[in-house]
Design a protein around this ligand. Structure first.
Ligand code: EPZ
Length: 423
């Protein structure tokens, strides 16, 4: 098992390129199930979660692989008629986003058997809204032995009104509605850029979707779809994490391929904290101030402040002047990084889903443990600022969503490396 070893204090300077978006690549790889033939996806990040989705697709009988020989960021998914529409517990338990095959399978093959994802470190994360949506399109849904069994000779267009705004719920139902007979109207949808990107790919495959990126999406079902070739959009959460790395280190970094429109809420908060953010040369530059100022953060659905950036901003607030109140409104258990930040000398008090962060002058390095994907990023960011050595263990959490983050930070001047941890 690997760990990250780092020494804080170096200012980060230079340019860094953002990888493709994990949370767009996962539903888009699953969408390949909707058409016979081979779909080709470029700019696919080399992440553990992507490898799991490719494995889920192979388990069903698809050809699904990363073309390591030629271009490392290219994945091909080949679908023929002989698919076993099943996603087993062993894989779904390692990555709950595997549930994204449910919509495409029942729409395309008339049935699906997909393991229920179960709980997660950051919250209960039920999929009731996914199932509600598929039922509204006429799917017959049963839960047996920990599996969702979904059946439908032909899905029919209908109205889906989500009780809760859900990203993967919107994506799953969208991928089902494209092959449903007639029109589907989806209301109270999530508006994340990854959903717009999925709709862009589905429309390239021949779907008829309007309104993606807004809370109401309209879909005219079509008979069939064709395979597609597409380059995945840049990862706004990785970009946000790298902007915070520049800020917390007192540096000046250009994050290439970052899309400003996808990061408005994050850039607003970094500006409020005193950073200078400029859109330039196909990216975003972040120049840190001499002294960071504490700001308050409230996580909401897009276009509000993303929950996936909460932990990273908390790390920044640990060394900012003043007091910051951070409210986490999306997941009920997303402060697991707090006890680890305490170990680095942070002053944070938790009251329910709110954390009060009093900025301190210094953090000091220590061994810490990652508990989930974004928590691991916040510990590495804090380690960039902490005096002395910080060891971050359980970095398998980091590898689920960041493509060789330590190499990117080292190229910007950080004293950071990955080592094999003694068992
Ligand atoms: C997506 O998860 C992202 N994952 C998450 O990113 C992200 O944190 C989350 O959206 C919110 O932005 C992927 O896209 C693969 P939700 P998802 O359904 O779709 C409740 C990361 O770090 N809910 O929008 O699973 C749920 O419990 C990951 O990259 C229901 O109650 O999140 C939560 O409180 C972590 N019933 C809220 O809605 C449902 O059927 C939002 O969850 C579905 C969700």
């Amino acid at each position: 098992m690997d760990k990250i070893v780092m020494k804080g204090g170096a200012e980060l300077h230079g340019e860094v390129v953002v990888s493709g978006a994990k949370n767009a690549a996962l539903p888009i790889l699953a969408s390949a199930l909707l058409a016979d033939g081979t779909s080709t996806f470029r700019n696919v990040p080399d992440l553990a979660d992507v490898a799991t989705m490719l494995k889920v697709l192979r388990t069903m009988g698809c050809g699904a692989e990363r073309l390591t020989a030629r271009k490392k960021d290219v994945c091909e998914v080949g679908v023929n008629g002989h698919i076993t529409p099943e996603a087993p517990y062993d894989l779904v338990k390692t990555m709950r986003a595997s549930v994204l095959v449910l919509g495409p399978l029942v729409a395309r093959f008339g049935r699906a058997r997909v393991s229920m994802p179960g709980g997660c470190a950051i919250g209960a994360r039920p999929i009731d809204q996914h199932l509600k949506g598929l039922k509204a399109l006429g799917a017959d849904i049963h839960l047996t032995e920990g599996y969702v069994e979904a059946r439908a000779k032909q899905l029919k267009g209908g109205t889906v009104n989500f009780d809760v705004i859900t990203v993967t719920g919107t994506e799953n139902v969208l991928m089902a509605a494209v092959l449903a007979k007639g029109r589907t109207i989806m209301e109270n949808c999530a508006r994340e850029p990854e959903i717009e990107e999925l709709a862009r790919v589905l429309n390239k495959m021949g779907a008829r979707i309007e309104g993606a990126g807004t809370s109401v999406i309209t879909v005219e079902g079509v008979e069939g779809l064709k395979p597609v070739e597409h380059a995945i959009l840049p990862d706004r959460i990785e970009a946000g994490t790298l902007l915070v790395a520049a800020a917390i280190s007192g540096g000046n970094v250009l994050v290439k391929h970052a899309v400003p429109e996808h990061l408005d809420a994050v850039m607003d908060k970094l500006r409020e904290a005193g950073c200078t953010l400029t859109a330039e040369a196909g990216g975003i530059r972040c120049k840190a101030p001499r002294t960071l100022t504490s700001v308050n953060i409230t996580t909401t659905e897009h276009p509000g402040f993303p929950t996936d950036m909460q932990a990273q901003l908390m790390a920044l607030m640990c060394v900012s002047q003043g007091t910051s109140v951070i409210s986490e409104n999306i997941f009920e258990n997303r402060f697991m990084h707090v006890p680890e930040l305490h170990r680095l000398g942070a002053d944070i008090t938790i009251q329910g889903h709110t954390a009060v962060v009093k900025g301190v002058k210094h953090l000091s390095g220590a061994p810490v443990m990652a508990t989930d994907l974004r928590a691991s990023a916040s510990l590495i960011l804090a380690g960039l600022r902490a005096e002395g050595r910080t060891d971050v263990s359980r970095v398998y959490h980091l590898d689920r969503g960041y493509e060789r983050l330590e190499r990117k930070l080292r190229a910007l001047g950080a004293d950071i490396r990955r080592v094999k941890a003694k068992a």
